[in-house]
Design a protein around this ligand. Structure first.
Ligand SMILES: [Zn+2]
Length: 281
């Protein structure tokens, strides 16, 4: 197998109530009067280099977010700390990349902090990979007039010139890069399982796990769409972790999940390696 590398890019942080990410049993119950624990939530995107082409994993937040987000999001989610050089477009420039350089844009799901910059790939040959259930899910929400309340924006994903390729379940996209279906957070949440020469198996979980604590405590997030599906997906991740001795990178946490194993230095790491300081290979 040719060499695959993963560069983890952070596109700033947004502030929000940590309970929104790790809500225990309080699914879809939000107590506005409760004392809040503020969390600086990192927004990550990953550039995966493969001998057959480049793949992007998730597309972070659109730089024009303040013009598009409904007031109720702005009230609970603060992205004003992101600096000009942290926005997704700036990160691409720092890598000397253009949207047209990508063969695939893998969207783990269509929440606005993951699909915000998909629009940049309109008119390019990049194939936008999304699970079929995610597309039917947002279409139904839109038909019901509810998408704005659920952190979906049609201006992220209903963009002419985007070339969608629908995924239906687990499948290999390029040799050594496999989409895995992890529903629960949203209808069609997916992760990627990537086999690297030196670092072994890495699973980008997307928001099927917001935080490393989601894995350890078994508590999902307030915004999760279906708690039972979420738990089944957590079990699936745990099985894959054991079977492949995989390192798992959660959706919004610098802490990663790994096996304690003295034979492999990567396993001793508990923090995400960010580009440009480092990469995974
Ligand atoms: Zn999400």
């Amino acid at each position: 197998m040719g060499k695959i590398t993963i560069k983890a890019l952070q596109c700033g942080t947004f502030g929000l109530d940590r309970d929104a990410l790790l809500a225990g049993a309080q699914l879809n119950v939000y107590n506005k009067n409760k004392q809040r624990e503020w969390y600086n939530c990192p927004s990550f995107t990953y550039v995966i280099d493969h001998p057959d082409g480049k793949m992007l994993f998730d597309a972070s937040i659109w730089r024009g977010w303040q013009k598009e987000w409904p007031q109720e999001w702005i009230d609970t989610t603060d992205y004003t700390n992101a600096s000009d050089e942290e926005y997704f477009e700036a990160r691409l420039k720092q890598l000397k990349l253009e949207p047209s350089d990508f063969k695939y844009v893998f969207l783990s799901h269509l929440h606005s902090d993951h699909a915000g910059n998909a629009r940049l790939f309109a008119g390019t040959d990049a194939k936008i990979l999304v699970h079929e259930k995610e597309l039917t899910g947002v279409a139904q929400l839109e038909a019901d007039g509810k998408n704005a309340h659920n952190f979906f924006l049609s201006s992220d994903y209903s963009v002419s010139g985007l070339k969608y390729t629908t995924l239906y379940g687990d499948q290999e996209i390029m040799k050594g890069i496999r989409a895995i279906s992890l529903p629960g957070h949203t209808w069609g949440t997916m992760g990627l399982m990537i086999e690297l020469e030196h670092c072994g198996t890495i699973i980008l979980s997307g928001d099927s796990l917001y935080l490393a604590d989601s894995y350890h405590t078994g508590n999902g997030a307030m915004i999760d769409n279906n708690r039972d599906e979420w738990r089944q997906s957590l079990n699936k991740i745990k099985l894959l972790q054991k079977a492949y001795d995989a390192m798992i990178i959660p959706g919004h946490d610098h802490n990663v999940i790994h096996h304690k194993c003295s034979c492999h230095p990567l396993r001793e790491e508990s923090k995400l390696r960010l580009w440009p300081d480092s990469l995974y290979d």
